[in-house]
Ligand binder design. Structure first.
Ligand SMILES: [Zn+2]
Length: 564
């Protein structure tokens, strides 16, 4: 490294990555031909994951043309009920793969390719890996239409750029795509954490909220913190771009202590293998209570994230009696807009007003070991390293119900919960399943494996589980037509399906005895058949639809219609 460059690095240690030269800036075009307005940024804090792309708003509409951002070849096509819904992966010669999710439909040539597979496999949900070069695309070619499929809660395009080899997602805004952003990140809250044994912060041994005020120069100044021992800080914030009100994620975070960088991380890239460690970056307990994500500036036990550029003393600050410290938290968006917060800290022992009163139960989890508990009606098995930290676990049992702590402790791995169903007859067991109860005691189906006298489920969610019974079969009705109707000019057939308790497991449909593809949209409970799929040679058509719920209750519905 040249000396001049080294000096440059020392003077400007934060290379704002919109100027990051590692990424090609003028090779890709935008995937849409509307101005880019984001409903989500890369690295944004989501449930159990960092957002691996950007969410581009599509003017509250579906069906906008989606373009190949560069020459390339389709390497993967997937159709799924959840996740990315209909998604396309395109590999480009420069070593990057672009990903387009929640699509409404693919371009005709890709649609034809995937429908063949769907009809062969007799399944709406499919995944295909075309040979390299089998489906070639040119830069700017329409490859699909934007939609709202899968786990999407409104029309938008989920767009990613990954390294083709490592499959690591990278921040798509590092490739020269333009998103207007002249707005500083917004700071909503600041919290201080006593971390070592006997540490205190503002007379408290537990997490404490700290007030701050805006200064004339636009920065924020926190009320003076009095502390002793090892402490850490965390903040709540978001970034807003210029053209929308969406609260998106920030790009980078730095924490300085007396001018020295203690913490520096950013969302240039991460790997899917580490994404669930987000639950160690945020204060998960706080999230469970208030649905608000505090981003910690220090590294908690069990955190294996690779996003840190600098981490001194794990971002923790050792406060000594009689000394003063200036802690600065700098929050940047990708354009380099900065929000700065200064926290004066004084090292001083004070009388403790709030003690750490984490309840001690009779069962203690040692995170790195496997842990087994027998609750009578059910057994629970946590493999080693299910949890990030040791803690007292709260376990209770009732009639057919077990409480496994609460949802404010994250599990990194699946654990196994096994119910004893000896007391139920074989007939009763058919309609029984394991349900997770939400805070309003509403049951939802947990994948139930039935074997001998036991039912088991594998889950990552602590909480209350019970045995529930589903005796009612799914319902099916037509949505856009009636029995015995002439449908000569119809393009689609739609039906509504639903199940009250265990939920829909499988469905199938035939037209005059032949399997047809019905696309299922769980969010609207709609099954749709496209008449373009098959030429009907008969005037009178018999449509048969069968739907099964998760315990095997089954409904078959028959309807006749006519077509010229
Ligand atoms: Zn997304």
């Amino acid at each position: 490294m040249s000396r001049r460059f080294l000096i440059f690095l020392l003077l400007f240690p934060l290379a704002i990555s919109a100027q990051d030269t590692r990424y090609p800036k003028d090779e890709f075009r935008s995937p849409l031909d509307i101005p880019l307005i984001l409903a989500g940024t890369f690295g944004e804090l989501r449930s159990n994951h960092f957002h691996s792309g950007i969410d581009i708003k599509t003017q509250q509409r579906q069906g906008l043309p989606v373009y190949a951002i560069g020459d390339g070849t389709v390497t993967r096509i997937k159709v799924a009920l959840w996740g990315y819904g209909k998604v396309l992966y395109v590999a480009h010669p420069n070593g990057y793969t672009s990903v387009y999710g929640h699509l409404q439909k693919f371009s005709p040539k890709i649609e034809e390719y995937i429908k063949k597979i769907q009809y062969t496999k007799k399944s709406y949900e499919v995944e295909a890996f075309p040979e390299y070069g089998e489906i070639k695309l040119e830069k700017g070619e329409i490859i699909a239409y934007s939609g709202n499929t899968g786990g999407s809660s409104g029309p938008h395009l989920h767009f990613e750029i990954r390294s083709s080899i490592s499959e690591k997602p990278t921040n798509p805004l590092l490739y020269g795509l333009e998103v207007r952003d002249a707005t500083n990140p917004t700071l909503l809250g600041l919290y201080g954490y006593p971390l070592s044994e006997n540490a205190q912060l503002n007379q408290s041994a537990t997490k404490t909220q700290i007030n701050f005020t805006k200064q004339k120069d636009g920065s924020f100044l926190a009320d003076k913190v009095t502390a002793l021992g090892t402490i850490g800080f965390g903040f709540v914030g978001f970034d807003r771009q210029d053209l929308a009100a969406n609260k998106n994620g920030v790009y980078s975070v730095r924490q300085l202590v007396n001018g020295q960088v203690y913490t520096d991380y950013d969302f240039e890239s991460f790997s899917f293998a580490e994404t669930r460690y987000i639950n160690t970056l945020i204060d998960y307990d706080h999230f469970g209570k208030y649905r608000q994500r505090i981003q910690k500036c220090f590294k908690s036990p069990g955190n294996h994230l690779s996003i840190y550029n600098t981490l001194v003393n794990d971002g923790k600050i050792k406060v000594n009696e009689g000394l003063s410290y200036t802690v600065e938290i700098l929050i940047y968006d990708l354009e380099g807009n900065l929000t700065k917060l200064v926290i004066p800290v004084e090292g001083k022992k004070q009388i403790l007003k709030i003690k750490d009163e984490t309840p001690k139960t009779e069962n203690y989890i040692i995170a790195k070991r496997p842990n087994n508990f027998d609750l009578g009606i059910a057994k629970v098995y946590f493999p080693a390293n299910t949890f990030y930290e040791n803690f007292y676990i709260d376990l209770k049992e009732g009639t057919d119900t077990v409480m496994i702590h609460n949802n404010r402790v994250p599990a990194h791995k699946n654990f196994t919960l096994t119910f004893d169903v000896t007391k139920y007859t074989a007939e009763e067991r058919k309609q029984l399943f394991i349900a997770r109860l939400d805070k309003d005691l509403k049951p939802s189906y947990a994948s139930t494996y039935k074997r001998g006298n036991t039912f088991s489920t594998r889950t990552r969610y602590l909480g209350t589980y019970t045995l529930a019974k589903d005796t009612i079969a799914p319902t099916i009705r037509t949505k856009n037509f009636k029995n015995k109707q002439w449908l000569t000019n119809y393009k689609y057939l739609s039906l509504l399906i639903s199940d009250d308790l265990s939920g829909i497991d499988t469905y199938s449909a035939t037209l005059n005895g032949e399997w047809i593809l019905m696309e299922y949209e769980p969010k609207t409970r709609t099954l749709t058949y496209n008449f373009d799929d098959k030429i009907l040679d008969k005037k009178q058509c018999l449509l048969k639809v069968n739907v099964k719920d998760n315990v095997g209750n089954s409904t078959t519905y028959e309807v006749t219609f006519f077509r010229k």
